[in-house]
Design a protein around this ligand. Sequence first.
Ligand code: SRM
Ligand code: SF4
Length: 554
Amino acid sequence: MTDKNLSPIEKIKTESDGLRGTIAESLQDEITGAIREDDQSLIKFHGMYQQDDRDRREERAEKKLDRLYSFMIRLRLPGGFLTAEQWIAMHEIAGENSTGVIKITTRQTVQLHGILKSKIKPTIQAFNAAKLDSIATCGDINRNVLCSAHPKQSNIHSEIFAYADKISTLLMPKTRAWYEIWLDEEKVLDKKEEEDPLYQERYMPRKFKIGIAIPPNNDVDVFGNDIGLIAIIENDKLKGFNIAIGGGLSTTHGNPETYARLGTVIGFADSEEKTLKAIYEILTVQRDYGNRSDRKLARLKYTVDRLGADWFKEEVEKRAGFKLEEARPYTFTSRRDYYGWEQNHEGLWYYTVFVENGRILDDENVALKSALLAVAKTGKVNFRFTANQKVIISDINENDKETIDKILRQYKIIEHTDNASPVRKNAMACVALPTCPLALAEAQRYMPSLITKIESLLAKHELSDEEIIIRMTGCPNGCARSYIAEIGFVGTALGKYNLHLGGDHEGTRLNKIYKESLEEPEILTELDGLFASFKNERNSNESFGDFTMRKQLI
Ligand code: SRM
Ligand code: SF4
């Protein structure tokens, strides 16, 4: 590939002086709430996005005012774990510097929105004081590493969970830019200290995502990741991981070259050393062979399909110096969260809270944010985020369970969780409007009311107990993984959605477009008919997704 063909972001990365660019100067500029254009690409590697309030664009344009710029900051939380102390810090930071809403993402971490330029540095410094960072949570680099969240999932959950942190650490960039810019650390003078054999100066061709699943629950949607690790456990011993490559769930409307793809299992690694080495070399192969001219085709999935999964595997093995073994058998049966109280093998208690679309706030229905703060203040819990945008109050001793239960009852959290229907509990929507610049339609602001209407349809057909997985995204990028839902809504324009059908309960099948650009009345009419057929023609225990596939409705 000649330099001429490289996408403009490639030049920004290589000329950025280790991701510094002119971010420091951009921050000083008091004339605008924005930062310079090239720096907007670079701050992503620092875990931030420049955004503006899209609800207010028109009004501000009429008044000839600049857009209302602010920043979103995303934390790096491998496997989605926070201590009670960190929760309290995050609660305070959210209140002081952001919109106040703590947003759990589909990758087990937290985003704060609406942070003004002048508040970025104090926010990062406050996070750092709580031993939290936002390094590499965005940008062309390895992102937050997922791991099955529920400790009851396995007797060796903590051993497997530790891999999320190990992988995250292994794949961190070597530049000290984040520390220098946000924490005022002294500038690195000897550039050798920052030499980065993995990312070099060009970083990855595109974002890179890794998830670890602990069968039989695929709560992390492991096949939607660039690398998916499936833990193989025999007699309560971790034998190693099956490795899947090339998962990715984004498409672009009208661009047939783009597609969602589930990861391909290429083999098994039987030790920690081999697993980490294989992961590292998968990144180096993608770094060297990924498409750096067309960002739409730059994810690992396209490299794997262009060069072949067998070629890719051989190249990884050559670089790693060992061969992967044949993949071991495993079975996924679900990808749901276990709501309410659950206990793990050591007798510790866990309460999974229903959080609609991952938004933690106090609203007219429930004071979720205050409740979780009260729980954190007991100092007797940890917090774990799930890849389904929910939170688990975790690691509670038998003696402390009553105290936590009392707080949850006092704030009506138990009622709130118990009363949510199965379909609402399983649903996810991405952020979309008003902050996401790519949104074509609403998602998290609209999904709750649509679910209420879908609940009525399900009740009409006596299907209220069905665990149907419904997901919505405001554009085809797939942030709430709508392409692997049983019912997926993908925004095409304001108020319009493509309706996808046919995903399964285990996250092992992509859905397909059933009808394009439907408005709400059409969506409800379609679902009414589909639910009626499902009720009358389903096989026993058949899920809605399996039914739509068997009937070849798509
Ligand atoms: Fe995403 C871009 C939100 C998970 C695929 N995603 C964005 C941006 C940053 C918009 C932008 O580029 O300016 C959104 C910010 C909205 C906002 O205002 O907060 C955004 N993505 C999210 C989150 C917050 C959705 C949520 O409601 O939870 C998730 C944050 C995850 C995290 O903590 O790191 C989120 N994004 C995903 C996922 C799901 C996953 O990773 O399991 C996907 C599909 C899987 C995949 O990557 O293939 C996803 N986001 C994208 C893409 C398409 C990437 C591609 O391959 O083309 C974009 C657009 C881009 O990168 O150009 C995108
Ligand atoms: Fe924004 Fe689209 Fe992602 Fe939703 S799916 S958050 S609209 S980029």
